[in-house]
Ligand binder design. Sequence first.
Ligand SMILES: NC(=O)C1=CN([C@@H]2O[C@H](COP(=O)(O)OP(=O)(O)OC[C@H]3O[C@@H](n4cnc5c(N)ncnc54)[C@H](O)[C@@H]3O)[C@@H](O)[C@H]2O)[C@H](O)CC1
Length: 487
Amino acid sequence: MQTCYSGTAVRAAERTLLDAGQGEALMRRAAWGLATVVLRELRARGPVSGTTVAALVGTGNNGGDALWALAFLRRRGVDAVAVPSGERMHQAGLAALLKAGGRVAHAVPDSAVLLIDGVLGTGARGGWEPPRVPEGAAVVVACDLPSGVDADTGHVAGGVIPADVTVTFGALKTGLVVGAGAHAAGRVEVVDIGLGPHLGAPDVSSVECEDALAVFGPPAWDDHKYSRGVLGVCAGSDHYPGAAVLVCSSALATGLGMVQYAGPERAADLVLAAHPEVVAGPGTEGKAQAWVVGPGLGSDKDALSRLNEVVAACVDAGLPLVLDASALALVELEDLARLRSAGCDVALTPHQGELLKLVDRLAPEIADGFADLAKADPVAAARRTAETLGAAVLLKGSTTVCAAPDGQTFVQNEGGAELATAGTGDCLAGLVGSALARTSGDGQRSTVEKAAAAAWLHGTAGKRAAEGGPFGSSRMPVAVQTVLAER
Ligand SMILES: NC(=O)C1=CN([C@@H]2O[C@H](COP(=O)(O)OP(=O)(O)OC[C@H]3O[C@@H](n4cnc5c(N)ncnc54)[C@H](O)[C@@H]3O)[C@@H](O)[C@H]2O)[C@H](O)CC1
C-alpha cells in the first residue's frame, strides 16, 4: 500500500522542524536527494563533467533547494546555471552556487541537457505560466512538484512544464498522484528528509499489486463454489444486452465461484452463449453474496422495478451492492437509507457526469459549487459525496478515486486513456462486484479498499490490453485473466 500526504500536511510537519532551527539541514538534505537523482539521469545519458544543467529558480525555498542542488552538481564538474524566475533568489542557496563556481543566466542555455524545475513547490498559490524553455532535448526534473501543481489536489490552474522525473521531499504528496498533477509529475522519487515522525495520518492511499492480489487471489485448497463468491448481476436490457455480457465476463475472469444473472431473455441468452456456466433467470432468487445493478439497465419502469427487486434482496439478506450507470439515475435516498440500516455495504461507481447528476438529485445541500470542486479536487468531491450519501463512492476518471463515508480514500492511476471506450465501466462494475462477493464476511478490508483493488485490476488490465493495440472493452476480461495469471 502506498501512502500520500497533502502538501499542507507536509508543510505542517516541516514547520515543527523549522521551529527547531533545522531549516537549513532540511533544505540541504532535500537538495542532496535532488542532485543525486539528477546525477543518475545524467550518467544514464553520457558523461557528467562539462554537461550543462540549468535550473529555473523561484523566489522561495523551492528555488533554494534547486540552488543547493546546482551547487552540489557543480562540484561534480557540471556547468550549473541558475535562471531566476523572479526578482530574488534564496540567498544562502545562491551564495553556495556561486561559491562552487556556478553561474546565473537570464535564459535557459540551448546547451542544457537537463532542466531542473525549481520555481514553485508547496508554497504555490494559484496558476503559473511557465517561461519559454528550449524545446525537446532537455530532460526535466521537477523539484518537489512540477511548478503550478497544487500539492493538495493535483489541480493545475495555469501552465506546467511536464516533468520526466519529480523528486519530492519528505513524503509522496497527494497532488502528485491525482489527475493533471499525476500526469505532469512523470516518475516520482521520494527523498526522505526526516519528516516521518511529524507527518501524522496519510491523506490518501493507493492499492498496489499485492494488496489487489489479496482480494483477487487464487482459491484455497478447501474452497468450493459458494466460498469463492457468488455474484448476482442485474444488468443489460433489450436495448443494451451487451452490458450484461461485459459485467458477467469480467467478474468470471477473476475466478469467482459463480455468477448469477437476473435479466430479460435476450440479454440472458447472450450471457449464456458466452458463458454457459452462468445461472440465469428473470429474478433475484438464488445464492448471491453481493449484487451489481445498473449497467445497461435503461431508465424505464422495468429498469426501476429490477433495481427495486435487487435493493430488496440486498436489504433482506444484508448483502453488499454495487450501483452503477442507470442505477445511479434511479436509486433514491430511501433506498440508500434502507440499505444502510440493513448493514449492506454500498459502492456507487459514477464517472464525473454521473456524479454531478447524482449530487444534484440526491444531495442538493452540497450541490452549490460542486461542479467546480469535482474538476479541481476530485478527492474532495468523492469524499463529500460519500459522506453525504453514507455510501462508498468510486469516482471514475483519469485518476480513480475511491472514498468512504468516514473519509478513508484510495486513488488509483494504473489505467490510462485507453480505458476511455464504451463498456469499460461495465467491466469495472463486474470487478467491484466480484471483489465484494469474494470477500463478503471479510471484516478486515473496507468496501473502498475492495473497490480500489478492483480499480487496480481494471487499470492494470487496460494497460495490458492496450499492448495489443487499440481495443474494445470485450477484450478486457481476457486481459484481467492475463494480469492475474502473470502474478
Ligand atoms: N522550509 C524548508 O526549510 C524546506 C522547504 N523545502 C522546499 O520548500 C518548498 C516550499 O517553499 P516555500 O518558500 O514555502 O514555497 P515555494 O518555494 O513553493 O514558493 C513560494 C514563493 O513563490 C511565490 N509564489 C507563490 N505562488 C506563485 C505563483 N502562482 N506564481 C508566481 N509566484 C508564486 C510566493 O510569493 C513565494 O515567493 C517545498 O516545496 C520544498 O521544495 C524543502 O523541501 C525542505 C526544507
